[in-house]
Design a protein around this ligand. Structure first.
Ligand code: PEP
Length: 249
């Protein structure tokens, strides 16, 4: 049985005042039937983790470096995230792949480091609109999976987020059939590479314009074990009904 996961990616949003949203989530979900994760900007991780300590809300980072320490100005290591109180880290988000030129091999090296440091890596994969329109979606996802996921992955240290780039922040959402096709493909690929035990235990999240109004339909799709939520995770009043829909799924 895979436990469901509702993950929020705050991206480059939020100052100290936003910690009140985490407080509200903690109050609204004291004993949830799904895991809850909030990934605030790095500046808030330590304060968020202190606030959420002992609650059902876990705190994660949005990226980490592949090295433990060194001359990498502006970067954060997996060890530093752990030290600040994070339990998860998002890796290979399409915005990092686009803005920072991250390739699959970079994501894989970061994920290895994150797992070695005791973090759960939430590795993002997803096709562009042009790739979908050219009927290349499964090839792209297959390549990203084999390139980005390290051999040491298990159901405990890996979560995969399928995030079609054209659905992120756009209000456009794939059909449930399209989501189901990609999630089924990812599941089959993981089972083929890691064996049925590990392959079936990795949680698969859908991400891209998940809102309170469409969450239940998405969560009813087979092999959707939760969501990675951007915009709608910034306010507890939006994220909370998404969590509730996941708990009810
Ligand atoms: C994201 O960036 O991970 C995301 C899914 O964003 P949004 O929910 O805003 O589309």
């Amino acid at each position: 049985m895979r436990r469901k996961l509702a993950a929020g990616n705050w991206k480059m949003n939020g100052t100290a005042a936003a910690l009140a949203e985490i407080e509200a989530l903690i109050a609204a979900h004291p004993a949830p039937a799904a895991d809850i994760l909030v990934c605030p900007p790095a500046t808030l991780i330590h304060r968020a983790a202190k606030l959420a300590g002992g609650s059902a809300v876990a705190i994660g980072g949005q990226d980490c470096h592949a090295e433990a320490s060194g001359a990498h100005t502006g970067d954060i290591s997996a060890e530093m995230l752990r030290d600040a109180g994070a339990s998860h880290v998002i890796l290979g988000h399409s915005e990092r792949r686009a803005d920072h030129g991250e390739r699959d091999e970079d994501v894989r090296a970061k994920a290895r480091r994150a797992m070695e440091s005791g973090l759960i890596a939430v590795i993002c994969v997803g096709e562009s609109l042009a790739e979908r329109e050219a009927a290349n979606t499964l090839d792209i996802i297959g390549g990203q999976l084999s390139g980005s996921v390290p051999d040491m992955a298990t159901g405990e240290n890996l979560v995969i987020a399928y995030e079609p780039i054209w659905a992120i922040g756009t209000g456009r959402v794939p059909t449930t059939d399209q989501i189901g096709e990609v999630h089924g493909f990812i599941r089959a690929r993981l089972e083929r590479r890691f064996g049925a035990g590990v392959g079936r235990s990795v949680r698969l999240l859908y991400g891209g314009s998940v809102k309170p109004g469409n969450a239940a339909g998405i969560f009813a799709v087979p092999d959707v074990d939760g969501a990675l939520v951007g915009g709608a995770s910034l306010k507890a009043e939006d994220f909370s009904p998404i969590i509730a829909a996941l708990e009810a799924a």
